[in-house]
Design a protein around this ligand. Structure first.
Ligand code: SUO
Length: 445
C-alpha cells in the first residue's frame, strides 16, 4: 500500500506574542516585548501550507490551544471569575501570566513524536505527545495536544496514543524536533533517529553549560520503547553541547533529514563519524546521502540566525528533493551563496523554495518547527479525521476565520485584556466545528 508524508502544520493562535520566554532560543529573547501580529502570523502559516499542498504534498492542519490558560492560573492560586483570574495574574505575576498566554503550540514539530506503522511492532502508528518539560509555557501544552491528536487519529485499529512522559528534567521530551526518519520509500520500515542534548542520569557525561539541553537520552529511549521500535533500526546520537550553548536548542535548528538524505551542519553532533556509521549500518546496503554544511561556509552563528536547517526537506518527485526555507536565508549572504552552490551540485537536494514565516521566526520557529510529519498509508489516511486535510476550500475557510477573529497587533499590555480570552474561545469554538474535532478544549467541557 502507498504511504505518504503528511505535514500537519500548527495554526498560529490568536494570542501569538513575543514574551521572551525561551532561554537558549536566540530569537525569542531578542524579540521580547515587540508587538506581534497574530493575524499576519496565522496567514503566513496558512500561505506556506497552501503552497506545499499546491506542490502536490499532503498537508493538514492542527488547531491552536486555548490561551490564556485560566485553568493553570487557577491551579496556581488565582481565583474568581475568569476575568478576575486574568486581571489578578496579569498584575501580580506578569511573567507567569505571559507564559499562560503563549501561542507556542503553533510549533507542532514539538507536539509529539510519531512512529509510522511500518516501523512499529504492532503495525499501528504510535503517538507520544511531548511533555516539553524544560519551559513552563510549553509544559502546559501536552494535555490538550494529546486530546487533539486522539480526536484526529481516533481509530484504535490503526493508531496508538501514549501518555506524555513524566514531567521533570530527567525525561524532558521535545518531540519530533529531535527525531528524524530515514527510509527508501515512506511505506517501508525506516530508521528512526533520536538526537538528545544530555544524559540525565549520568552527570559525568558531556553536557551544555550555558543553555539547557531540553531533550534527554532517557526520554528518547523511553519514546522508542513505547513505540515498540526495532533496536536494529533505531539510532541515538548526542547533539554537540557547544552548539546548544550557541543557541541550537533543538536538533532541527542544525539538521534535517528526509528519505535517504541527512542535511546537517559540520558541528551538529558530538561524534559525527560514529553517527554516520550507525545510521548507515541501520539503513542497510543502499547509501545514505550525508550533505554536510561546513563551518567555513555557513557558521553555526549564521545557521542560528538564518534558520537554514529549520527548513523542510521534502520529496517532490523520486530523487528530487526541495528545501522549504525561511526568508531569512536569503538575507544572509553566506547562507544564500551556500544554497546557490548546493542546488548546482549533483546531490539529492535539487531546489530551494523560500517562504515568509517571519512572525513565527521572531520567536525561533521556522518552517520545520511549524510542522509535524506524520507518515500514513492510504488506509490510515482514510481512517483519520478528513476535515483537517487542507484543500482549496479549507484554506479559504481558514483564511476567512483568521480575518474574522484575529487581531492585527498584540503587545504585552493587550494580553491582560480579558476580552482576548473571550475572542480566543469564540474562534476556537468555531474552529472545532470547521475541523470536526468535537469538544477538545477545557472551555467546551
Ligand atoms: N521549535 C521551535 C520552538 C520555538 C519556541 N519559542 C517560544 O516558545 C518563544 C515564545 C516567546 O518567547 O514568546 C521554543 O523555544 O520552544
Amino acid at each position: 500500500m502507498k504511504a505518504f508524508e503528511v505535514n500537519f502544520d500548527g495554526l498560529v493562535g490568536p494570542t501569538h506574542n513575543y514574551a521572551g520566554l525561551s532561554v537558549g532560543n536566540v530569537a525569542s529573547l531578542k524579540n521580547a516585548a515587540q508587538a506581534s501580529s497574530p493575524k499576519q502570523g496565522a496567514l503566513q502559516g496558512l500561505a506556506k501550507m497552501k503552497a506545499l499542498a499546491d506542490l502536490g504534498l499532503k498537508q493538514a492542519v492542527l488547531p491552536p490551544l486555548e490561551r490564556p490558560d485560566v485553568n493553570v492560573l487557577r491551579q496556581l492560586g488565582f481565583s474568581g471569575s475568569d476575568e478576575q483570574v486574568i486581571k489578578r495574574a496579569a498584575s501580580d505575576a506578569p511573567s507567569i501570566y505571559a507564559a499562560t498566554c503563549s501561542a507556542s503550540s503553533m510549533w507542532t514539530a514539538n507536539a509529539c513524536t510519531v512512529s509510522p506503522s511500518a516501523d512499529t511492532h504492532d503495525k499501528r502508528v504510535h503517538f507520544t505527545a511531548a511533555n516539553l518539560a524544560n519551559k513552563f509555557h510549553r509544559s502546559i501544552e501536552a494535555p490538550t495536544t494529546a486530546k487533539i491528536l486522539e480526536a484526529i487519529f481516533s481509530n484504535e485499529q490503526f493508531f496508538k496514543h501514549h501518555s506524555p512522559l513524566p514531567l521533570g528534567d530527567h525525561f524532558g521530551d521535545e518531540g519530533a524536533a529531535n527525531h528524524t526518519r530515514f527510509c527508501e520509500d515512506y511505506a517501508q520500515a525506516g530508521v528512526e533517529f533520536f538526537v538528545f542534548g544530555k544524559y540525565a542520569f549520568d552527570t559525568t557525561k558531556q553536557a551544555p553549560v550555558k543553555f539547557p539541553a531540553r531533550q534527554t537520552f532517557e526520554a528518547s529511549q523511553a519514546v522508542a520503547r513505547l513505540h515498540e521500535l526495532s533496536s536494529a533500526k533505531t539510532v541515538f546520537a548526542q547533539q554537540n553541547p557547544d552548539v546548544i550553548d550557541a543557541g541550537v536548542f533543538h536538533n532541527d535548528v542544525i539538521a534535517v533529514g528526509n528519505q535517504n538524505c541527512l542535511f546537517y551542519h559540520e558541528k551538529a553532533f558530538l561524534n559525527t563519524v560514529q553517527v554516520k556509521q550507525d545510521l548507515q549500518n541501520a539503513y542497510g546496503n543502499s547509501p545514505l546521502h550525508f550533505v554536510m554544511v561546513p563551518e567555513n561556509q555557513v557558521s553555526v552563528y549564521d545557521a542560528v540566525r538564518s534558520y537554514l536547517f529549520n527548513s523542510q526537506l521534502v520529496t517532490l518527485a523520486p530523487g528530487h528533493m526541495a528545501l522549504i526555507a525561511p526568508g531569512e536565508c536569503q538575507e544572509n549572504s553566506n547562507v544564500k551563496d551556500y544554497l546557490d552552490s548546493l542546488v548546482s551540485q549533483n546531490g539529492p537536494i535539487k531546489e530551494v523554495k523560500i517562504y515568509d514565516v517571519k512572525q513565527s521566526m521572531q520567536n525561533g520557529g521556522g518552517p520545520a518547527c511549524l510542522r509535524q510529519r506524520v507518515v500514513l498509508n492510504e488506509a490510515e489516511i482514510a481512517a483519520s479525521n478528513q476535515a483537517v486535510y487542507l484543500d482549496d476550500t479549507l484554506y479559504q475557510t481558514l483564511c476567512q476565520w483568521v480575518n474574522k477573529h484575529y487581531r492585527d497587533s498584540l503587545t504585552e499590555k493587550d494580553l491582560a485584556d480579558p476580552a482576548l480570552l473571550i475572542e480566543c474561545r469564540q474562534a476556537l469554538d468555531e474552529l472545532t466545528k470547521i475541523l470536526a474535532l468535537g469538544s477538545v478544549y477545557p472551555f467546551q467541557r
